[in-house]
Design a protein around this ligand. Structure first.
Ligand code: SAH
Ligand code: F3S
Length: 481
């Protein structure tokens, strides 16, 4: 799965291994970024201890939880529609309780209980350990709310149950919250200040995953390159740490190395990188370890220096190019992807052209592109008028999408004739006779199954491609197998 928002899994309900003695059914649905999907695994793990099994049938649910996203208005509208649906089910199952988790819960807080009568419980992203108490409250007929953001909660001690897992790839959270305060972004308000998770607990989770048969982990955070462990606490308080704590601190590059060394046969990915925080050590570490995948998701949001500044992205277009050049020099076959926003307040045609020319320079392998959506409470909402008309936002968006398509196709075609290692994830959606997997660059590859199986590392000769999929033939196991 890509970093940000995988459209195909939006709203999917989580399924876990159930315990026989658990008597109640939890239906948990997730929206938004990978972090939410990962958090739902933590929530399911906490509730498994409280007598809940997961179900994928809404009609069987005793408790419905919806893990929500606030990043754009559309994401919130989708959740509101779902809440209406839950309301109709509640008429037939009066004992059914409904709770809202995640970013929308944090953003709207008590407002939710007043506005949406259907909701019984509102729980912010740092309050999941309080769920047992909150559920007791709702069992006793009261509404329950906990939206307190924490300085140190990282859920490092909760072993998440893996939901809907293919048994091959897993996600491991390494940081929570974000301090960057990009002016368009609601995340710093809904997920709080940035804090990092204890490297020991990260390594332990990665080792456990390996022993369970997983072959790939993605280290997750809003801004992974900013990872800094100095014994616990907020990133912004690092300056107050003791000399000893500072000397023992672990940076992202060091964490990456520890993980790569802990499981040398496991593929390691990470997401998301903010260009202003990505250092050369990270790129060198990627180059040094074969098992760290050659793929960087490096959102830029705009190619215009004026807009980057207004967005509070703390780098220029030129600095971004320097970073891209460094990546290309140090890891020549590294795939790079972007996030882009069109129609940020005051964006002119010139700025848009700068975005197109930046894309021409980088020629990204993939991209996630969005029209600006004003979010309540953000700096942009308070200080700037959302003044780019919708039609213009949409036209610019379609232009950057068309250009990205062209680049993606050019990039994928460059693989033809090459032989690459693919980790098999499952059957191809289109054909049961073919496996689907990914290359180190995160490109999807499909090939005839023969005697290979899920979780195998296979060398595949790339013979053909569509705009997003490589088609090939396996020529043997990779040495990593
Ligand atoms: N660092 C985060 C970014 C979270 S938001 C991560 O790990 O994914 C994901 C993307 O949504 C951003 O990179 C940005 O391109 C887009 N986005 C955020 N706020 C937005 C807004 N107000 N309008 C449109 N797109 C937005
Ligand atoms: Fe949002 Fe910028 Fe952080 S996009 S998540 S404030 S890096």
């Amino acid at each position: 799965m890509e970093k940000t928002i995988d459209e195909s899994i939006q709203g999917s309900a989580l399924r876990t291994e159930n315990k026989i003695h658990n008597g109640r059914n939890l239906y948990i649905e997730s929206y938004g970024c990978q972090m939410n999907f990962s958090d739902s695994e933590i929530v399911a793990s906490i509730l498994a201890q409280e007598g809940f099994n997961t179900t994928q049938k809404l009609e069987d649910a005793d408790l419905v939880l919806v893990n929500t996203c606030s990043i754009r208005e559309k994401a919130e509208l989708t959740v509101r529609k779902r809440l209406e649906k839950f309301n109709t089910i509640k008429k037939d199952r009066p004992h059914l309780k409904v709770g809202v988790l995640g970013c929308m819960a944090e953003r709207l807080k008590h407002q939710f209980l007043e506005e949406e009568k259907i909701v019984d419980m509102v729980v912010g992203p740092d309050a999941y350990k309080d769920l047992p108490n909150l559920i007791q409250e709702i069992d006793e007929g009261r509404n329950a709310v906990n939206v307190i953001l924490s300085k140190d909660e990282t859920y490092g001690d909760v072993a998440p149950v893996r939901l809907n897992s293919n048994g091959v790839n897993a996600f491991v959270s390494i940081t929570r919250g974000c301090d960057n305060m990009c002016t368009f972004c609601v995340v710093p308000f809904t997920r709080g200040r940035e804090r990092s998770r204890d490297p020991q607990s990260i390594i332990k989770e990665v080792n456990d995953l390996w022993h369970k048969g997983f072959k790939e982990v993605t280290l997750l955070g809003q801004n992974v390159d900013s990872y800094l462990w100095y014994g616990g606490g907020l990133k912004k308080d690092f300056g107050k740490a003791s000399e000893m704590e500072k000397a023992m601190a672990v940076s992202f590059a060091q964490l990456l190395e520890k993980v790569a060394l802990a499981q040398p046969k496991m593929r390691i990915r990470f997401s998301t990188s903010n260009p202003q925080d990505m250092t050369l050590d990270v790129i060198h570490t990627m180059a040094k370890y074969e098992n760290i995948c050659n793929y960087i998701h490096l959102p830029v949001q705009s190619g215009s220096n004026r807009i980057l500044k207004a967005m509070n992205r703390l780098h220029t277009r030129e600095e971004y190019f320097e970073l891209i050049d460094n990546i290309r020099n140090i890891i020549p076959d590294c795939a790079i992807s972007q996030d882009m926003i069109t129609g940020f307040p005051t964006e002119e045609e010139e700025d848009h052209k700068d975005t197109l020319s930046l894309m021409e320079y980088v020629k990204y392998d993939y991209g996630f592109m969005f029209a600006y959506s004003e979010r309540p409470g953000t700096l942009a909402e308070r200080k700037l008028e959302d003044d780019v008309p919708n039609e213009i936002k949409k036209r610019r968006l379609s232009e950057i999408i068309a250009l990205q398509r062209q680049h993606s196709y050019e990039r994928i075609k460059a693989n033809l004739g090459k032989t690459q290692e693919v980790l098999i994830e499952g059957s191809s959606k289109k054909s049961d006779a073919h496996w689907m997997g990914r290359t180190s660059q995160n490109t999807v590859a499909v090939f005839p199954k023969e005697n290979y199986k899920v979780g195998d590392f296979v060398m595949v000769e790339m013979q053909d491609c569509t705009s997003a999929t490589l088609l090939g033939k396996a020529i043997g196991y990779s040495s990593n197998n």
